[in-house]
Design a protein around this ligand. Structure first.
Ligand SMILES: Nc1ncnc2c1ncn2[C@@H]1O[C@H](COP(=O)(O)OP(=O)(O)OP(=O)(O)O)[C@@H](O)[C@H]1O
Ligand SMILES: [Mg+2]
Length: 350
């Protein structure tokens, strides 16, 4: 009964009426005893009115004091720019409607604060992304522009070889720009889940051998041993062949880029419990423990600070991780500085 404002009001009114009733009974007895009818009747009326007013005031104050606290908290929340959730004292479980209102408002304010914080984090990431994208686009664009302008302005003074070399450099920057734009476009689509893998069963070991073959010449030029080691009993996998080829290419490209001449890169495909595992191991420079999980973040490059713009955007592993996740798989990295790195991808068998 006392869990609603209505119940509380009814209880207070009951107390008031019982008290007034008792006063009237006492007064009537006195009236009969003393015959001071008029005087006593006046006292009774004044007393009843005064008591009723006092009771009404007390009830009104009791009801409004918590509403006032609530309204002041809402004003403070607004004045503070919605940055801190309000702290309201409400009983648990709630005793009446005001308690429920306070609890609901507190929860609402906490949610508003969390969502505003998330929005500002997303905004911050968007700014960083824009800054990184414009920086990475500007560099090859500026080089390309420089070489092309030189060709236009000094065309007559340049030898045929020089002209050829300038054109080749401009074309290389153009290609880099194209790859960067394409990677960004692909990553955005993967993150928005706008592309769905075309799942089919295929032998991962064969794909690994084909990709390794594709990189054989480049590896030879860099004096790297590139080997595919695939177990014969490996079952086929269920995946999008084009997407997995891209992951494999990204991992081999990285391994070749970060392994010095004389090193070894090994691509393993083998069953692992219920899954099929693909490993790309290298004997390269390795990645420090504190950077290990960050390498999958888009735009993360361990050497960004040390060597400035190396021409790589830092998107390859972010794209690879999204692809593997779309397949319900996992991509992991283990590394030791100076000794090498191993990336492991696990996929579902067919
Ligand atoms: N095998 C590896 N050995 C050492 N460091 C690696 C290896 N693979 C990746 N890294 C580190 O992780 C970073 C992120 O790799 P990721 O493939 O995402 O970008 P990237 O190769 O720099 O550029 P992109 O792939 O977009 O051309 C690299 O810049 C490099 O510092
Ligand atoms: Mg890469």
């Amino acid at each position: 009964m006392f869990r609603t404002l209505y119940g509380k009001l009814a209880a207070v009114l009951m107390v008031v009426f019982i008290t007034i009733g008792a006063m009237m009974i006492l007064a009537s007895q006195k009236m009969l005893e003393t015959q001071r009818l008029l005087e006593l009747a006046t006292d009774l009326i004044i007393g009843t009115v005064a008591f009723s007013l006092l009771a009404a005031l007390i009830v009104f104050r009791l009801l409004t004091i918590r509403l006032r606290i609530l309204s002041e908290s809402i004003d403070a929340f607004r004045a503070g720019g919605f940055s801190h959730p309000v702290q309201l004292m409400s009983s648990e479980p709630p005793l009446d409607e005001i308690d429920r209102l306070s609890a609901a408002f507190q929860e609402m304010s906490e949610r508003i604060v969390t969502q505003l914080a998330q929005l500002s984090q997303v905004d911050q990431q968007r700014r960083e992304l824009l800054a990184n994208v414009s920086h990475d686009l500007r560099t090859p664009l500026a080089s390309m522009q420089g070489y092309l302008e030189m060709l236009l302005i000094r065309s007559d003074a340049l030898s045929a070889e020089e002209r050829d070399r300038y054109l080749q450099v401009a074309a290389k920057h153009c290609e880099r720009l194209g790859k960067l734009v394409q990677d960004l476009f692909d990553l955005t689509k993967l993150e928005a889940r706008e592309v769905q893998p075309q799942i089919e069963a295929f032998p991962l070991a064969e794909l690994a051998q084909d990709v390794v073959q594709k990189f054989a010449l480049a590896a030879q030029k860099r004096e790297l041993a590139l080997i595919a080691r695939c177990r014969a009993d490996c079952p086929p996998v269920r995946a999008d062949i084009g997407m997995i080829e891209r992951v494999l290419e990204n991992l081999i490209e990285n391994a070749m880029r970060y392994t010095p001449a004389g090193g070894e890169i090994c691509v393993d495909v083998a069953p692992a419990g219920e899954r099929v595992e693909l490993k790309v191991r290298d004997t390269g420079k390795g990645i420090g423990d504190d950077e290990l999980q960050d390498v999958f973040n888009r735009y993360y490059r361990v050497d960004r600070g040390e060597f400035g713009n190396t021409g790589n955007a830092g998107l390859g592993l972010a794209i690879s991780r999204r692809i593997v996740e779309l397949h319900g798989g996992e991509i992991r990295v283990e590394s030791e500085l100076g000794r090498g790195t191993t990336f492991t991808v696990d996929l579902a068998p067919a």
